[in-house]
Ligand binder design. Structure first.
Ligand code: AHG
Ligand code: MN
Ligand code: MN
Ligand code: MN
Length: 337
């Protein structure tokens, strides 16, 4: 009967979060309500992404965002969907989105105690060619009078996050999330409109045979990064070389790393001394997930989650993935000190 129970005992993401909530007796369901609005946003973006080719959502929206990037219609649409869903949840006070230059301070009448940082559409340069893209989010809590909040309340180190996750819009729609008690993966069943638990308690392999980096930046890498990549290609301990897999969508590259093991790196280079990926809504959520899955995340200087951001779109180099692989990179940077 176990198999039957499995088939009829549907563990949806909502039920999972309710179970998690029961671990916090003081909780009054606010987080569950917040999460249900994030899930709603993901479902909407999933349908919009799937229809994009047909609905002519492809192509440039004609504007550029604060990152100086061409905004494609899906970027703009996804951002509006998430901002509206989060504000209407009545559980948020500050929102930081890759697509908005300034943080959004929610109308005081609709404020709640959570701050949400998010990348509404990650990997947007891949939209037109149908490569997997995603949404990345992180959740902080503000424990103060909501009329006295300021930007500092969202500039918290990643270790303070209560939850983080991503939704990948690929061959299926997969939501991977942690509320601080391990990592679980859910797949959208379009006929039910529900995310069903498909990857319980994800743990990243301790070592991996894949490295994931944009080799096109190799000319500008610093010493330790160049040495590490050299070791991946020409191992000196007689082991076989690693495979290179680089999709160019962080969500897809991180999802593969989480499930198969290996290392994902977006290092600093001479042109961008802080790398490219944004701390609040790309580096922190993915680092949080990696640690919760038994992996590590390192900036080249420190544990990624210890970094204290000073600007909402601040960037940082990032090396994340299998525990032992990140250890190797930490040793190379330590040797350089
Ligand atoms: P976004 O589309 O949200 O701006 O993020 C793009 C990021 C990330 O998804 C990916 O890892 C990285 O850009 C790829 O950068 P390169 O093309 O420089 O390798
Ligand atoms: Mn972008
Ligand atoms: Mn991104
Ligand atoms: Mn983006």
């Amino acid at each position: 009967h176990a198999a039957d129970a499995h088939r009829t005992d549907l563990m949806t993401v909502t039920r999972y979060v309710l179970n998690e909530q029961s671990r916090h007796p003081e909780a009054r369901g606010d987080f569950t309500i917040l999460l249900s609005h994030i899930v709603l946003g993901c479902k909407f973006v999933c349908t919009a992404v799937n229809k994009a080719g047909l609905a002519k959502l492809i192509g440039l929206a004609g504007e550029t965002n604060v990152q100086g990037e061409e905004q494609k219609k899906l970027d703009v649409l996804s951002n509006e969907v998430f901002v509206k869903a989060l504000v209407s949840s009545g559980r948020t006070c500050i929102l930081v989105s890759e697509e908005d230059e300034e943080a959004t301070f929610v109308d005081p009448r609709l404020r709640g105690k959570y701050c949400v940082v998010f990348d509404p559409l990650d990997g947007s340069s891949n939209i037109d060619c149908g490569v997997s893209i995603g949404t990345i989010f992180g959740v902080y809590m503000v424990d103060k009078d909501l009329d006295k909040i300021s930007l500092d309340d969202v500039l918290q180190p990643g270790k303070n996050m209560l939850a983080a996750g991503y939704c990948m819009y690929g061959s299926s729609c997969t939501l991977v999330i942690s509320t601080g008690n391990g990592v679980n993966g859910f797949t959208l069943d379009p006929s039910l409109g529900e995310f069903i638990l498909t990857h319980p308690d994800i743990k990243i392999p301790k070592k991996g045979k894949i490295y994931s980096v944009n080799e096109g930046n190799a000319k500008n890498w610093d010493g330790p990064t160049a040495k590490y990549v050299e070791k991946c290609k020409f191992p000196t301990d007689g082991s076989s070389p690693k495979s290179l897999r680089y999709i160019g969508s962080m969500v897809a590259d991180v999802h593969r790393t989480l499930l198969y093991g290996g290392i994902f790196l977006y290092p600093a280079d001479k042109k961008s001394p802080n790398g490219k990926l944004r701390v609040l809504y790309e580096v922190f959520p993915m680092s949080f997930l990696m640690e919760q899955a038994g992996g590590q995340a390192f900036t080249g200087k420190e544990r990624a989650l210890d970094l204290i951001p000073t600007k909402i779109h601040q960037r940082s180099p990032i090396f994340l993935g299998s525990y032992d692989e990140v250890e190797e990179i930490k040793a190379l940077y330590a040797a350089e000190q």
